[in-house]
Design a binder for this molecule. Structure first.
Ligand SMILES: Cc1cc2nc3c(=O)[nH]c(=O)nc-3n(C[C@H](O)[C@H](O)[C@H](O)COP(=O)(O)OP(=O)(O)OC[C@H]3O[C@@H](n4cnc5c(N)ncnc54)[C@H](O)[C@@H]3O)c2cc1C
Length: 365
């Protein structure tokens, strides 16, 4: 039986990016994925944007550090983002500016006139906006494929239809058994199982950190008038919706956040109706047809920060989980930082500004 330095559980964006990094650091890596193909769960269902402020000030450093590699790799197409606010929400605008200006995010306060020129058809009750010019669309499939290809080039062994069902630690490391009865051996298990991160921790005898999956719905609609291609991503400062254009259509989300068991998430009709109702409160466009809808699980630790690094109690067990709603846009820097933590490497230009202790699993013990 082959023996690996690392067995990474889950081949979404988290597992794929970290496996590639570990292999490039000289480690032998096994990447185990329960589904027939990698990227079936959260990674394949994202809204595909890189937005500097998304996830809060403690996530901004990971997003900013990931910007250059994503841009240099050709994975970003600049779009711009508008956080919009109603008359009466002035305190929210001030609070947002105060929280995010110190993070280094590129943001600017706009009045009604500039909002109207960037969002044609916006209703009169929307009076303020915060403009973030560098927000971009991410080519998620290409990025995920890029990490898998880098891993393959570095010798990562990917096994699909390999749901990890049992983890036993003995003298010589871990024995991993899958639901189909295959066995593997590894020195360190890395938990990159997304919504299943706590159940995988339990298999290893590690204390779950309380990662909760929340359902998020996205609806693709056809609207009249036709959506301009250069429309920015539009987000509500109260956090009740976002929408953006996609190939002449509109992708919109009611920003729903329903706690869920880990599962193959499906959209609820109520969330779809809410999405349509909310966009109607913002612009005077008519929704002509719902063409497509989907849902995925965004998984958060209790403090909404991701969990990267070695478990403080169980030897040979590490976390790369709790990627929330920012796991794609933070993936280059998050994977590089976690590689450095797991291989005891020095920081480099990408990760030097990151405070690893913010994301350490030790904060829960
Ligand atoms: C609707 C929606 C919109 C989003 N929009 C954005 C966005 O615009 N920008 C952004 O950056 N992020 C966005 N996100 C968040 C982003 O998609 C996630 O943070 C990211 O995909 C998480 O990646 P992951 O690899 O941790 O999880 P996943 O992609 O879910 O991968 C985990 C994998 O682990 C596997 N697994 C689980 N248990 C086992 C086991 N026992 N054995 C083997 N394999 C196992 C699963 O099959 C799964 O493939 C969005 C998410 C959703 C749902």
């Amino acid at each position: 039986m082959s023996y690996y330095d690392f067995a990474v559980v889950g081949a979404g964006i988290a597992g794929a990016s970290l496996a590639a990094e570990l292999a490039e650091g000289g480690a032998s890596v096994l990447l185990l994925e329960a589904e027939e193909r990698p990227g079936y769960h959260a990674t394949g269902r994202s809204a595909a944007f890189w937005e500097e402020c998304y996830g809060g000030p403690e996530i901004v450093p990971l997003t900013l550090a990931s910007g250059a590699p994503l841009r240099d790799g050709g994975f970003l197409t600049q779009r711009g983002a508008l956080y919009i606010a109603r008359s009466g929400d002035e305190a929210l605008v001030t609070d947002f500016m105060q929280r995010f200006v110190p993070t280094g995010a590129t943001i600017e306060h706009l009045g009604r006139g500039q909002l109207q020129s960037r969002l044609p058809g916006v209703r009169p009750s929307w009076t303020d906006a915060i403009w973030e010019p560098v927000c971009a669309d991410i080519d998620v499939a290409a990025l995920h494929g890029h990490f898998l290809a880098r891993g393959r080039a570095g010798g990562v062994h990917l096994e699909c239809r390999a749901q990890v069902a049992d983890l036993k630690r003995g003298e010589g490391g871990w024995t991993i058994t899958t639901a189909r009865g295959e066995s593997y051996r590894a020195n360190t298990i890395v938990n990159a199982a997304g919504a299943w991160a706590d159940p995988v921790a339990r298999l290893a005898g590690a204390r779950p950190v309380g990662i909760t999956p929340y359902r998020r719905t996205v609806v693709q609609v056809r609207v009249d008038p036709c959506v301009p291609d250069d429309l920015p991503l539009v987000l509500d400062l109260r956090g009740q919706f976002y929408f953006k254009p996609e190939s002449g259509r509109l992708w919109l989300s009611p920003h729903d956040e329903e706690p869920s068991e880990p599962c193959d998430a499906a959209p609820e009709e109520l969330a779809v109706a809410q999405a349509i109702e909310r966009v109607g409160e913002v612009v005077d466009w008519r929704v002509e047809a719902v063409e497509h809808k989907w849902a995925g699980l965004r998984s958060f630790a209790p403090d909404r920060r991701p969990v990267y690094g070695r478990d403080p109690e169980v030897e040979g067990f590490a976390w790369f989980a709790g990627q929330g709603g920012f796991g794609i846009q933070t993936s280059p820097a998050a994977a590089r930082l976690t590689r450095q933590l797991l291989l005891d490497e020095a920081r480099d230009a990408m990760t030097r500004g990151l405070a690893a202790e913010l994301y350490s699993p030790a904060r829960f013990s």
